[in-house]
Structures are given as C-alpha cells and as structure tokens.
Design a protein around this ligand. Sequence first.
Ligand SMILES: NC(=O)c1ccc[n+]([C@@H]2O[C@H](COP(=O)([O-])OP(=O)(O)OC[C@H]3O[C@@H](n4cnc5c(N)ncnc54)[C@H](O)[C@@H]3O)[C@@H](O)[C@H]2O)c1
Length: 254
Amino acid sequence: MELKAKRLEGRTAIVTGAAYGIGYATAERFVAEGANVVIADIKGQEEAAERLRRPNVLALQIDVRDDDSVAAGIARVLEHFGSIDILVNNAAISAELRPTRFEDQLINDWRRVYDVNVIGVFRMCRAVSPHMRRAKWGRIVNLASGTAFKGAPGMLHYIASKGAILAMTRSLATEFGDDNVLVNCVSPGLTMTESVVAADHIMENFQEFAMSSRVLKRSATAEDVANAIFFFASADSAFVTGQTVTADGGSVFH
Ligand SMILES: NC(=O)c1ccc[n+]([C@@H]2O[C@H](COP(=O)([O-])OP(=O)(O)OC[C@H]3O[C@@H](n4cnc5c(N)ncnc54)[C@H](O)[C@@H]3O)[C@@H](O)[C@H]2O)c1
C-alpha cells in the first residue's frame, strides 16, 4: 500500500478546548498528519497530551475568556514551536447548558456563553493575527452548530452564539484575505462526544430527533467532525475561505 504523506508537516496548530471531544479528535488527527499541536484547554490538557504520547504535542492551560492567559499561551507556543499556522476555535460552553425557555434565561448566562463562544473566538483570532499576517499564511477554523441553521427550543443563548460564529467566519475572511489567512467554519450536528453522552437532557430529548433528521442514519463521532476541520487546515482548501461546511450526516443542506 502506498504511504500517504503527512499533510501538516512543519505546521503548528492551536486547538482550543482540545482536552476532550471534537477538539481532542482534531488534535489527534493533526498529530497524525505531522503537525505540532497545542492542546489548549482550562482542564484536562495534560492528560490529553499524555494520551497522544507524541513529542510534538504541547499541553497549555489557556482560558479563552482571559486576555492574559491567551497572551501568555501564545508567547509559550512561539517559544516552543516558533510559529502559529493553524487555529481551531473549538472551545465552547455547550452540553452543560440545561434547556431553558428563553424568557427564563438569565442575562448572566448569556454573558457566560458569549464570553467563551463568541468573545473567546475574537480574542484568539486577535492574538494569532500578527503572527499569521507576518507569515502570509494562516488557517482559522471555527466551530458553529446545526442548531444555528435549524433553531431548537431552550438554547437561545447558545444558538445565538453559534449564529455569530457563522457571521464572524465570513467577516474575518474578508479582513484576512490580503494576508493569505483563510477563515472557515465547520458546523456539526449532534455528535457523540463525552460531554454529550453524559448529558441526559440531550440524549433523552435530542438524540432521536437528530438521527431521524439525517440522510445518513447513524450517530456522528468526533472524528467525523475532525475530518472536516482537517480539510480546512490542509493545503486542499487553499482557495476556500469564508465558508461553512455542515458535517452532520446530511441534516442541514447549506
Ligand atoms: N458535540 C456536539 O453535539 C456538537 C454539536 C454542534 C456543535 N458543537 C460544537 O463543537 C465544539 C466541540 O464540541 P464538544 O462536544 O467536543 O465539546 P466539549 O464540551 O466536549 O469540549 C469543549 C471543550 O472546551 C473547553 N473549554 C470550555 N471553556 C473553555 C475556556 N474558557 N477556555 C478554553 N477551553 C474551554 C472544555 O474544557 C472542553 O474541553 C463546540 O464548539 C461545540 O459548540 C458540538
């Protein structure tokens, strides 16, 4: 069998929220493709890096809500690997949110969700920008959600935050184009990550509906989503920017 070349050799990628779930699967795929990978998370990052058992993996505690934490993390990545080529904005508050009718949602919960899911993405993009612009090469991949296309009850704050990601992806692409920094988005449907499987309210209320609304009648794995993220990080997407791919088994046609 012909050996496939490692397609991210020489690239350094930061994956936020990479200790678990889709972020971890993405980190694992990037490592297999030869990238230097930073597992950036607020918890579990050391254990995740240990599981990957590779020298080109760096675990860092980076809290996307905190400017100082992000700045220190970026400095450490540059010191360790010398560049930042790929950023995957995966960290989010999601499965832990209990469905709550919108009239009962608290302003503080909206702020908490936006601080991670929206402002966290802005903060990370702003932090990597000078390095990617200088290199005239960069790939940013954001994570949205099928719920931003379809709507769903009880999750207005989360869904609004993911709608913002769709819009930010397009707008950031226009700002970064001159410097060959491409910004794209992957929108998963319900995906069986640890946090989803552990959330009874999701498994009971949404799993059946998610399966029945798909063309491909099976559960989605974190690897299914990581594959789409990898496409946007790789050279194969060199003329694609501002786009969103729905990696959801054919539930949303976008
Ligand atoms: N799993 C799904 O069904 C699904 C569906 C649609 C969209 N998504 C999106 O895909 C992404 C990953 O989903 P998942 O299910 O793997 O999520 P997850 O909850 O398993 O992982 C999210 C990670 O983000 C980290 N995180 C939270 N706050 C952080 C912060 N302030 N700074 C840094 N890291 C932080 C968490 O520690 C965790 O490791 C999220 O953006 C989510 O909204 C997931």
